[in-house]
Every structure is written in structure tokens, then in C-alpha cells.
Design a protein around this ligand. Structure first.
Ligand SMILES: O=C1O[C@H]([C@@H](O)CO)C(O)=C1O
Length: 546
């Protein structure tokens, strides 16, 4: 079946957290319309760019784009940006049921509000390995009052201006900013604006809800909980997990989970649903929604103080949750027991020409002006640097991940990794100290075009000969986004079997902007004729005939 959507993207003034600012909407909304499809459907989105003075591109997060690598929506990698006034057609097959998302993948537009959810149902006659009465989706986000431009300009200037903490946390597009904060321009903030009234999730006592939770934060790692209710985690990034129960769910930008919640508490009142920023010391107020027991009034505030959530700095519970996520025993995708290539990606914060950057193996990633997919398919190899980045950094064995590096300089490059088609690749994400003493951050890494097996996590420095012996090669979960915890490492395995060019990057918007990413090419010779609609920038203009 075909699911056809017509979207118009434009700037509008909105008050998501009571503070009025310019946001990017789809058909007047942020989050944008939810895409609902069934496994095997073809999704068509005709996207009209009405931003007037700004390009756009949308990425279908978690959709592997098998056979349609040009529809991945990653500006600079798989397509040229969509110009103002143009309408671009995204067309792709959703080949696997699960919980996915979409969002802008151009500059820092995602944090301007261009995102939404994409839910793929099972084919007729198939059932999930769990039961529930109702199915709901929410997206968690953080929210900044400064424009994406101001932030991007700050991040690329000397002296460097960091984006700082978000002003609020949104649950399904609604947050609360304290309008009495000193310095707020008169008329900019209105605490009674219905646009910022809390999101309400209404439940019927006794019923069980599948809540699909996604995070598209620009920066924040989150803990999500519903006061007084446990949650059973049953799905992660489109894969069934061996169910486990949590009181609070840690969720990183780019991840999705399904949890089951039974409305089994005192039905005479409402409860708070809370998102809290963790992993960085912060004073961002928690995001609040109302878990409304029918027939109580949906706007009635719960009689209790919202739960304050876990301590921001506790790493252990977050690592423990990562370790708890395993494949559901009846849905194991067997993982290859050996790999053909091991790439160790050392994550470092660096300084280049006086500005702060992030690098992988000392290479701070920058996008070329001509998208790789087109360059590689049409032999425009002069459009990016041909020396590939290293599989392991020189001196990795002796690199001290626990201190600020003695030499913090890195180089900037738009080179990419070329993978042999159908080979099995291990990626070790190795975390390290930042430019600040005693500091290492959490980075959620997202791979386009694939799911990978998460074969291991560890603390400290990855040991090339010993740690692989402890990999989970029995029932590892498959995901498309995974955290690397402070001072730790995360090991992934995937098969390079999807012809195309795929971004792999930290899903923190400013970190990718600062160079925290890489690109993989595989099977470019198997990619069929590229649609001319993705062309029009850089050296691709030569393919457009009058
Ligand atoms: O990339 C980052 O830069 C700042 C800080 O390290 C430098 O100001 C920060 O907290 C980041 O995550």
C-alpha cells in the first residue's frame, strides 16, 4: 500500500514552552504529523519548502532505505538540500514494523522543531510478543530560545560560544518555561497560553498501554518516568527486547523505546509524567505531562510534587540499563561470530584554529559541498579528501583517556570510510576526557542505513585482545542509536550489506555540527540510477541539463 503525505514546511511563531519564538512547522504543527504505515508499505512524502530563505532536508530515522539510499534525507551525504519554493518527493519502503522518527538533517534545523514520529505496524495476521489495550506515541525533546542560527554561529566562532543548557524540556511538543525569569521581554512569554499547557495522556483504569517513547533532544540525555507506575520495556529502535521492568527509563537522543504501562494505581487522581535531564550537571526544570485517569478532569494537577528523578551524575544506573537491553529470545537476529574489520573510533574534544571541535581519531568531520552519494556514483572524487580516516588512531595503545590530551589539536576533513560490500565490521566507540579536567560526556551515536548489534560495553580503555572475548554474541539487541558512556567504550557490529553512503554521528545536534561524525560507503557500484531530484548543488549541477 502507498501512504501519501503532502507536507508544507515553514516558519511560524509558537509558544511551545510559553516563550514565543520562531519554530519550523509541518502543516502548521510541531511535532509534525505522525506517519502511520504498515510493514511493506511505500511512504511518499511530498515536501514543499516554504521556509522562504532557507534550505531543508528530512531524515527518516531508523528506516534503512534498502534500495533507496537517495531517500535518507541527509544533506551533504545522500542529497542536495531542498531549495526554498521547491517540492521534493521522498519515497521509500518501511520494511520493518517498529517505532521510528523523522527530523530535519540540515544544519541545526532539528532543534527548531522540525520532527515527528513514524510508526510502522506489523503485517496483517502477525502479533507482537506482548499484549496491550492501546498504543500511544510521544516524543521527548529539549528546547532552546535562541535560534539555530545563533547557536551555529556561536559554535563556529572564535572565541567559541557554547549553546549552553536548554531552557526547557518538551513532552510531545509542550514544556514550561518560567515566564517570571528576569530579563524576559514583555509580551514574549505567557504562562496561560494554551500552546504550552501540559500534554495529557488519558488512560482508562485497569487498561495496559503501549507507550512508544522517542527522544530527539538537541543535547539532553533524559530520564523519563510516570509517577507511581512501573514500565516494562519491550521494544528498542524497532526490535523486541527481552522484557525488563524499570521505574525510570533513560533515553538518549535518537533512541526509541516501547514500554507497557498498566493503569493500576488509585484511579481517583492524575499522576505526573516527568522527563529529567541527566548526565550533565544542569538546572533545567523537569518536563511535565499529565497521566490522566479517566474520568478525572484532564487538566487537574496531580495532588503530589512531581518526582525529582535520579541524580544527574549517577552513571551506574545508566550503564546498567544499557546492559539490560537484550534481544527478545524469540526474535534473535543471529550475529556473525567474527568480523572482517575492526574500526576503533576515539571520541575527543579538540581545538582547531582556536575553536572547539569534536574529532574521531583526530579527524573533525566536515560535510562536502557535493553529496557523497552523487560524487561516488558519478566519479566526482575531487569533491572530497581521498585519504581515508584511520581505523585506529596512531598511539591508541598509549593514549590516556582519563586526562586532557597533552596535544589537543586535530585536523578537519571530509574524508570517508569505504567498507567492502557484505563484510562484517566492528566499531568500537571509545570515550575519553574532554578539554576540561575530570570530564567525559555521554554521546548517543546513530548509524544511518543499518541496525547494528550492540555486542559490548565497558568502562575505561578498550582492550583489543581481551574485551572481544566478553562480547555478547548470543542475544545482543539490534539498534540504530547507542550511547557511549563517560570514560567507557561501546562495541557494535554490522554487516555492510546496504548499498549506499551512510552517516554515523553523535546525535547531539551541536556535537555533529562540531565534527563528531563519520561516513561509511559500501556497495556504491550496486546503487541504481540516482534520481535527478537529489542534485543541484556543488558539482552535481553538471548533471542538470537545460
Ligand atoms: O561540546 C561541548 O562544548 C562545551 C564545553 O566543553 C566547552 O565550552 C560542552 O559542554 C560540550 O559538550
Amino acid at each position: 500500500r502507498i501512504r501519501h503525505y503532502r507536507w508544507e514546511v515553514k516558519y511560524e511563531f509558537k509558544s511551545q514552552d510559553c516563550f514565543r519564538k520562531l519554530v519550523i512547522t509541518i502543516n502548521g504543527r510541531t511535532p509534525g504529523p505522525s506517519i502511520r504505515a504498515q510493514q511493506g508499505d511505500t511512504v511518499i512524502v511530498d515536501l514543499k519548502n516554504s521556509l522562504l530563505t532557507e534550505n531543508v532536508a528530512i531524515h527518516w530515522h531508523g528506516i534503512r532505505q534498502i534500495g533507496t539510499p537517495w531517500a535518507d534525507g541527509t544533506e551533504g551525504v545522500t542529497q542536495c538540500p531542498i531549495l526554498p519554493g521547491d517540492t521534493f518527493r521522498y519515497m521509500f519502503v518501511v520494511d520493518r514494523a517498529g517505532t521510528y522518527m523523522y527530523h530535519a538533517h540540515y544544519g541545526m534545523q532539528r532543534e527548531a522543531g522540525l520532527y515527528g514520529s513514524l510508526r510502522v505496524a506489523l503485517p496483517d495476521g502477525e502479533v507482537e510478543p506482548f499484549t496491550y489495550d492501546h498504543d500511544r506515541s510521544i516524543i521527548l525533546n529539549d528546547w532552546y530560545h535562541k535560534s539555530a542560527y545563533e547557536q551555529a554561529a556561536g559554535l563556529s566562532s572564535v572565541p567559541f560560544v557554547w549553546v549552553g543548557d536548554p531552557q526547557s524540556l518538551l513532552i510531545q511538543g509542550r514544556g514550561r518555561f518560567n515566564c517570571s525569569t528576569p530579563g524576559i521581554e514583555a509580551g514574549k512569554c505567557n504562562a496561560t497560553n494554551p500552546e504550552c499547557s501540559p500534554y495529557v495522556l488519558t488512560v482508562v483504569p485497569g487498561k495496559t498501554y503501549r507507550l512508544r517513547i522517542g527522544s530527539l533532544t538537541a543535547l539532553a540525555a533524559l530520564s523519563f518516568e510516570i509517577e507511581g507506575h512501573n514500565m516494562t520495556v519491550v521494544e528498542a529502535d524497532g526490535h523486541y527486547v527481552e522484557p525488563f521492568i524499570v521505574k525510570n527509563l533513560f533515553i538518549y537522543s535518537g533512541e526509541t523505546y516501547s514500554v507497557l504501562i498498566t493503569a493500576n494505581q488509585d484511579p481517583s487522581r492524575n499522576y505526573w509524567a516527568v522527563s529529567k535531564m541527566v548526565s550533565r550537571n544542569n538546572s533545567v526544570p523537569t518536563g511535565l505531562a499529565i497521566f490522566n485517569y479517566y474520568p478525572n478532569h484532564p487538566k487537574r494537577s496531580p495532588p503530589t510534587v512531581p518526582p525529582s528523578g535520579p541524580f544527574w551524575g549517577a552513571i551506574e544506573p545508566r550503564v546498567n540499563q544499557s546492559l539490560a537491553i537484550k534481544s527478545h529470545p524469540n526474535y534473535i537476529h543471529p550475529v556473525p561470530q567474527t568480523s572482517d574489520r575492526v574500526i576503533i573510533l576515539l571520541n575527543t574534544q579538540n581545538r582547531i584554529n582556536g575553536s572547539v571541535k569534536w574529532s574521531i581519531n583526530n579527524v573533525s568531520f566536515s560535510l562536502p559541498h557535493t553529496p557523497y552519494l552523487i560524487s561516488l556514483k558519478h566519479d566526482l572524487l575531487h569533491t572530497f579528501e581521498q585519504t581515508p580516516p584511520p581505523d585506529v588512531i596512531n598511539g591508541y595503545q598509549t593514549y590516556d583517556i582519563n586526562t586532557v590530551a597533552p596535544n589537543v589539536n586535530a585536523t578537519s576533513s571530509n574524508s570517508l570510510y569505504r567498507l567492502k560490500f557484505n563484510t562484517t565490521v566492528d566499531i568500537i566507540l571509545q570515550n575519553a576526557n574532554t578539554l576540561n579536567v575530570n570530564n567525559s560526556e555521554t554521546h548517543p551515536w546513530h548509524l544511518h542505513g543499518h541496525d547494528f548489534w550492540v555486542v559490548g560495553y565497558g568502562s575505561g580503555k578498550f582492550n583489543v585482545s581481551e574485551d572481544p572475548k566478553r562480547y555478547n554474541l548470543v542475544d545482543p539487541i539490534m539498534k540504530n542509536t547507542v550511547p557511549v558512556h563517560p570514560y567507557g567504550w561501546t562495541a557494535l557490529r554490522f554487516v555492510a550489506d546496504n548499498p549506499g553512503v551512510w552517516a554515523f554521528h553523535c546525535h547531539i545536534e551541536s556535537h555533529f555540527f562540531m565534527g563528531m561524525g563519520a561516513v561509511f560507503e559500501e556497495g556504491i557500484e550496486k546503487v541504481t540510477k540516482l534520481p535527478s531530484s537529489i542534485m543541484g548543488c556543488g558539482d552535481t549541477k553538471r548533471f542538470i541539463r537545460p
